[in-house]
Design a binder for this molecule. Structure first.
Ligand code: 6GU
Length: 227
């Protein structure tokens, strides 16, 4: 899968994709993540990418030309399954959306700033608008990093068996059960007996009960249609 990220702050992406699972996905050739600086496509002599909003109030709007030229260039090179705009007024991002995006070959993630982007870009270029939650970030970059992380880990072959199999059976609709590692007794704080029993069936049942119990108290909304 190839992910093209369009931003005016490419430096933000120096860190988040160079560790752990995403790094492994890139090294295995399963994910390619390309960062593009929108400013490089400005035809303005001062490399400006924004301008005053028509009509009302203060605040700058990201202009059409640099973003349109960049997307036109990319679309001339390959087909894209979705051109996604990260914006607080987009649809709420969730696991089913992550699952769907992870099946694609090529996607574009456009990071917004200021008061937003010229509405005509949304009408003519954007195919999907995503928000990562009901709070305001100063730009779409961190949201793009969140979306990228959640979809890259789902690409077949990225996660090893040890991370995928067991937890994913709970993952979509239930919160995870508690987990423990050695020592079995830490200054009197003991690991639940059943986990030391070696009885796989009983352990699975215990974990499932704990997951349901936790979901009931913390996120009862997730259990709709489960009981
Ligand atoms: Cl995608 N962008 C911004 N700026 N704020 C957000 C967001 C996105 N999702 C939640 N808050």
């Amino acid at each position: 899968m190839r992910i093209d990220i369009l931003t005016i702050f490419p430096e933000i992406f120096a860190g988040p994709f160079d560790h752990s699972i995403i790094k492994r996905a890139k090294n295995k050739g399963l994910a390619e993540i390309l960062i593009h600086n929108i400013r490089d496509y400005s035809r303005d002599k001062h490399r400006r990418v924004d301008d005053y909003a028509y009509g009302h109030g203060a605040g700058m709007v990201m202009a059409i030309q640099p973003i349109a030229d960049l997307i036109d260039k990319l679309r001339g090179e390959r087909d894209y399954d979705e051109v996604i705009f990260l914006t607080p007024d987009g649809q709420l991002f969730d696991q089913p959306t992550a699952n769907r995006l992870s099946t694609f070959q090529n996607i574009i993630l456009l990071c917004g700033h200021y008061k937003g982007i010229d509405e005509r870009l949304r009408e003519h270029y954007i195919t999907l608008e995503i928000s990562i939650g009901d709070y305001v970030l100063s730009g779409g970059e961190l949201a793009a990093a969140v979306v990228t992380d959640s979809i890259v880990r789902l690409i077949p072959g990225v996660l090893g068996d040890e991370t995928s199999a067991l937890s994913d059976s709970f993952q979509d609709d239930l919160l995870s059960p508690p987990v423990y590692t050695r020592p079995a007794d830490y200054n009197g704080w003991k690991v639940p007996e059943i986990l030391l029993s070696g009885n796989e069936k009983a352990i699975y049942q215990w974990s499932m009960e704990k997951a349901i119990e936790k979901t009931k108290t913390r996120r009862p909304d997730l259990l709709k249609g489960f009981e």
